[in-house]
Write a protein that binds this ligand. Structure first.
Ligand code: FAD
Ligand code: NAP
Length: 341
């Protein structure tokens, strides 16, 4: 275990914001993680797990031991004929896992292709795209308690998975480091095609055979055509969650804007795309100093050469205020914000 004092994090977050960690360590197996937690305890330091930094806003320096889980490994731990159980280490890349599963004939993850980040971070916000969430596949999550080094395995039913939400964002926030997850995948293709964007793409290309590979290819192609690559244009994907609005308020909004897209949820609430609200408030493609709203996607805030997360947060506040003023809807930031004025 090699703990570095004063580590720059600018290349470790996809917004490329300048930030320094008071200490930093990569851990490749569980004992290293336990040693790192003990070191932090001895030095009276907080601990912050950081994967690929694709869902954080670093708005200042991090006064903590930043632990980068780098454990690797994908193991087939059960074969039940029609389904298999994979145990995947936290440090694996999520997209590489999606590709690996497809190549091995284990299906289900196709809609979640090209989501950046590590496997260990995936349960935190219950990553989702095109009508599929990781919660549908998780059997259990293994973790280490930051406070006492205790190893725990949590059944998926106890993870309180919700829309971009889980127990790791509230009750267990800052309390555990996830070390691996177990996923149940299917040997039989089970294509989830409910999203219009997918349907439109697949229907317009009549040469495409509907296989898991074709679905994966479609998701990759759509994402590459719509989303800026953080390597070229630093961003953290969707900056705001899609708000869940009460049906009565949606009825009122529809009177003034009959074309407003809206999707009823099982819990009775109605999801309204934040991108539509932001676009209608005139923000799409707008630049304010070195930050802006991407011209092709109103939900993606981008860094055009700045390095201060606080400046981007100021833009985000202005956007949220104008949506609140125009539609009476509150927007919630999706990435985790560290620091900030
Ligand atoms: P980080 O950003 O490093 O961390 C995120 C949070 O999780 C932090 O609070 C961190 O402390 C915590 N954390 C990380 N690893 C661990 C661990 N092992 N144990 C405990 N806590 C941990 N998300 C979606 O849901 N759907 C999408 O379609 C999607 N598309 C995206 C597209 C782009 C271009 C980008 C940049 C982001 C997108 N995201 C999407 C958001 C992001 O990719 C996911 O949230 C991803 O799971 C974050 O992984 P990470 O390793 O980068 O996490
Ligand atoms: P899109 O297809 O343009 O759709 C816009 C929004 O409408 C999406 O956010 C989606 O909500 C919602 N939506 C569309 N069809 C729906 C349906 N049939 N039922 C319920 N909700 C529906 O979306 P996009 O922005 O290009 O993104 C495509 C997918 O990738 C989405 O699922 C999105 O969440 C995901 N994505 C996430 C991030 C991130 O950082 N979190 C970044 C890029 C893309 P949902 O977002 O709830 O699915």
């Amino acid at each position: 275990m090699h703990i570095v004092r004063c580590e720059p994090l600018q290349h470790r977050n996809t917004f490329a914001f300048k930030s320094w960690a008071s200490a930093y360590v990569q851990v490749v197996h569980e004992q290293e993680l336990l040693d790192a937690l003990e070191w932090a305890n001895e030095h009276d330091m907080n601990v912050l797990p950081l994967g690929h930094g694709s869902n954080v806003v670093l708005a200042g320096d991090i006064d903590a031991l930043v632990i980068h889980p780098a454990q690797r490994g994908i193991d087939l731990v059960e074969d039940n004929g029609d389904t298999v159980v994979l145990k995947v280490a936290a440090g694996e890349s999520w997209h590489s896992l999606v590709q690996w599963s497809l190549q091995h004939g284990y299906f289900g993850l196709e809609n979640l292709a090209l989501i950046p980040g590590t496997v260990g971070a995936a349960p935190i916000q219950n990553i989702g795209a095109y009508g599929v969430e990781i919660a549908s596949f998780i059997r259990c999550v293994s973790m280490v308690n930051i406070g006492n080094g205790q190893v725990m395995v949590m059944d998926a039913r106890d993870c309180n998975f919700g829309y971009r939400d889980s127990i790791f964002k509230n009750v267990l926030r800052d309390k555990v480091v996830i070390t691996s997850i177990e996923l149940i995948l299917s040997r039989k293709p089970c294509l989830q095609l409910s999203y219009p964007a997918l349907n439109n793409y697949l229907n317009t290309d009549i040469a495409v055979e509907l296989t898991p590979q074709a679905l994966y290819d479609a998701v990759v192609a759509i994402r590459q055509s719509r989303l800026p690559d953080p390597g070229d244009t630093p961003n953290a994907g969707s900056f705001f969650k899609n708000p869940l609005v009460a049906p009565a308020q949606v009825m009122e909004l529809l009177k003034a804007s009959p074309d407003m897209p809206h999707y009823s949820q099982e819990n009775g609430q109605v999801k309204v795309p934040a991108a539509w609200l932001i676009d209608r408030c005139g923000w799409k493609g707008k630049r304010v100093g070195k930050y802006g709203v991407h011209p092709a996607h109103a939900l993606v805030l981008v860094n055009y050469g700045g390095d201060d997360g606080n400046e981007l947060l100021a833009l985000a506040r202005d956007i949220a205020a104008s949506v609140r003023h125009t539609y009476g809807v509150d927007l919630e930031i999706e990435p985790r914000v560290y620091g900030g004025e």
